[in-house]
Design a protein around this ligand. Structure first.
Ligand SMILES: NC(=O)c1ccc[n+]([C@@H]2O[C@H](COP(=O)([O-])OP(=O)(O)OC[C@H]3O[C@@H](n4cnc5c(N)ncnc54)[C@H](O)[C@@H]3O)[C@@H](O)[C@H]2O)c1
Ligand SMILES: [Zn+2]
Length: 433
């Protein structure tokens, strides 16, 4: 159908019509199609199992939990599947017979082609550059690990992040089973769905979302970490209690002395409750891959990430989160969201667990005299994309998103926490550690 030129100019404008004429689109259907374009939206729905298990001594002969878990996958079809294990060096040192135990476990177990244990360095060091990541890819290639094989990773949160990224990117994702070995990685990061390494001086700049095939929280690993690291990781339990479960917060308060003393059974209960709360939020919170800007599990993290960066990661993630949780809690009080009493309960719990409220990196200032940590807000916004969204507390166990923080008030809160920590009789450790 040839259409009236005046009408078309009215609908599409002169410039667009000239463009259509040039392209020889002279009938109404073609012109309209060129305006509205062709296309269709599809919804891709995914259902992914997020398997979390708690056990003790996963590789001891009598414990068949792991074999059952893996056989639920490909091995059930009768095919032999490969298993390649990455073990963090510090864990290998703490458990000298572990490499042999793992070997014996899979050799005794039909259905698996065991490709060995590769020991490598972990801790923050392994996230700084690509050396460990490259060795992970090398191993996967050398052993011809495919998308139906399993990569097992045993280590702290940093090691899980690097091996996890390697596994998620090799062949566009091979099956990963995580064995977190620190308090923090068992009660938080290990049950999550993220991985990453640092780049451009920023935490986890390179990384992906990838749901592991399974996470095995083996409590035997918890009790060999250095004491301060074992205790500090409880900060993520405090954090998740604050944003999701007031009863758990009360329990942490009631058991603070046992937790400080690292009483195994109490530590394990705290880790398990925290891991479940984290996993529930990820599985049922409606945004597992963080496409929105709201991040309840990142309570206290905007300043924590910046402080880690400002100290060149000398301040651990756990200590930085403690300082960040303290700051956002006092800010929540000072903006009238929670009571002074509740704010002090949070500060006192952190102190009772031997965790800091303040760090001297808060005093670093830019050329205009502004605290450098405040730039963390913009970096957090950049990281989320879109609008700045920071969670504050509405009550113990309940959060509320806000989109702006007041710099002068942040200043006062930082000073308040510095004084509170100095004057507290509760602080059990030297904060200069
Ligand atoms: N991917 C995520 O969603 C996510 C979330 C939170 C934190 N993280 C990351 O996790 C890392 C922090 O994890 P972390 O607190 O486990 O620290 P970590 O991995 O640095 O481990 C702490 C120390 O304990 C040692 N270690 C680990 N397990 C041990 C054991 N069983 N016995 C003796 N020593 C042991 C390590 O070698 C290291 O020196 C940070 O890089 C942080 O960014 C990731
Ligand atoms: Zn954290």
């Amino acid at each position: 159908m040839v259409v009236n030129e005046r009408k078309l100019i009215h609908i599409v404008g002169r410039q667009w019509l000239d463009h259509c004429l040039l392209a020889n689109l002279l009938d109404l259907t073609s012109v309209l199609r060129s305006i509205f374009m062709n296309g269709k939206d599809y919804t891709i729905s995914l259902e992914i199992e997020h398997r979390i298990r708690f056990t003790r001594g996963a590789f001891t002969g009598g414990n068949r939990m792991l074999a059952g878990l893996l056989q639920g996958g490909e091995a059930a079809s009768g095919r032999v599947v490969k298993v390649l294990v990455y073990l963090e060096q510090a864990v290998a040192i703490a458990f000298p017979s572990l490499v042999d135990e793992i070997g014996a476990y899979f050799t005794d177990c039909p259905g698996f082609d065991f490709r060995g244990v590769r020991v490598d360095v972990g801790a923050e060091e392994c996230k700084r550059n690509e050396k460990v990541l490259r060795r992970v890819w090398d191993g996967i290639e050398e052993e011809k690990v495919d998308r139906h094989s399993y990569v097992l990773v045993i280590g702290g949160g940093a090691f899980l992040d690097v091996v996890g990224f390697g596994a998620a990117t090799a062949h566009r994702g091979v099956r990963l089973v995580r064995f977190p070995t620190t308090t923090l990685s068992q009660d938080d990061s290990g049950v999550g769905v993220k991985n990453g390494i640092n780049a451009f001086g920023k935490k986890n700049w390179i990384g992906s979302f990838a749901v592991p095939y399974a996470v095995v929280n083996d409590f035997q690993f918890l009790h060999t970490q250095p004491e301060d690291i074992r205790r500090d990781g409880l900060v993520e339990a405090v954090k998740v209690a604050l944003v999701r479960d007031g009863d758990f917060f009360n329990w942490l308060e009631d058991n603070a002395d046992f937790l400080y003393d690292l009483k195994p059974v109490v530590l394990e209960e705290a880790v398990e409750r925290s891991a479940i709360l984290h996993a529930e939020h990820i599985a049922m919170g409606g945004d597992p891959f963080e496409t929105g800007s709201s991040r309840p599990l990142d309570y206290g993290h905007w300043s924590a990430h910046k402080l880690e960066q400002l100290t060149d990661f000398a301040l651990s993630h756990a200590e930085a989160v403690s300082v960040g949780v303290a700051l956002d809690t006092v800010y929540s009080w000072r903006t009238g969201r929670i009571s002074e009493e509740d704010a002090h309960r949070v500060l006192d719990l952190l102190l009772n667990l031997g965790l800091p409220l303040y760090h001297e990196a808060f005093e670093l200032r830019d050329s205009e005299g502004k605290r450098k940590v405040v730039a963390g807000l913009e970096e957090f916004r950049e990281h989320l994309g879109g609008e700045l969204t920071v969670l504050l507390l509405r009550a113990i166990g309940k959060g509320e998103d806000v989109h702006q923080l007041d710099e002068c008030l942040l200043d006062l809160c930082i000073e308040y926490n510095s004084e509170y920590e100095k004057n507290s009789h509760l602080l059990k450790v030297d904060v200069g550690r």
